[in-house]
Design a protein around this ligand. Sequence first.
Ligand code: TLP
Length: 347
Amino acid sequence: MPGPVIDLRSDTVTRPTPAMRRAMHDAEVGDDVYGEDPTVARLEGLVAERAGCEAGLFVPSGTMGNQVALAVHAQRGSEVIVPERAHVYEYELGAMAVIAGVVPRFVAAPHGVPRPEDVRAAVSDSVHVAPSALVVLENTHNRAGGTVVPLEVAHAIGAVARAAGLPFHLDGARAWNAAAALGVALDEVCAPFDSVSLCLSKGLGAPVGSVLVGSRAFRHAAHRYRKLLGGGMRQAGVLAAAAIVAVETMTERLVEDHARARRLAEGLAYLPGVSIELASVQTNMVYAGVRDGPGFAAALAEEGVLVNALGPGSVRLVTHADLRDGDVERALERAGRALERLAFAPA
Ligand code: TLP
């Protein structure tokens, strides 16, 4: 093995920082199901404030944040308008059908960005079609490459939703990355929405958790679904303490992850047999087109670089806080060797 492993599978692989571990150790806690954990309350208040919302609810995962939001906003048997390849549909095991009892209506989303007129056209109140109940966006959009939804588009889609009387939810698992890429504060990214699920365990490096933000009334309804789904955690302050450190100290550095992803993408684009759409490399993700995704991922793993093969001809590489200086250059060298090895492998 040529040196330490470079793990580019996701920004979820980071370990808590020493400051997070100290905060976990020292956390003041109580039983959060009784609403008595002061550290959870502090985290919820902090994230709500950063997002410009009235209230926040600490949930164990981004999946729970999204699915609770869907269940609160949409009545059973209705349709939820989502951008194509949205995580809330594609990677959450059909949870929207199981929990909220809703079906998706997809809108085209080149680079993860739907056109407001397509969202308007997707709204239905025909007697023959499931009624529309909710509009969802994802920012950054994972499967589109970690791409950013421009603020004006989010506002325009919000206006469409409002005109149709529909609530508007953001899967903001990486909304802090979107804010960093746009050079704005988080509340600007969250402003058009009625609810946002924000993950602390992705780019910000906390070990566990997301905060679902919205109005006080929304939080009240979401709280019940969290309990129903088994998400009522007891002395969750040990987790919230790490998440507070993440929010307070890890947002400013996201631009470094973005710069590293860009260097990685530009380097990979030079390698024979790799195609990269550089315009979609906007934050901390790189999707690389290769002839044999799983084969390339396996050859890279032998060189000490971990990536996720997503489909037969594609791998995803994600930069994050646990990368060391020089890791991007080392990963590129190893990728070159892996490709050579694949090229000379017997068919
Ligand atoms: N995404 C994970 C995997 O599930 C693919 C990753 O490695 O990127 N929304 C978005 C946009 C996400 O990317 C994810 C996680 C979630 C929601 C779900 O978050 P968790 O894993 O905390 O349930």
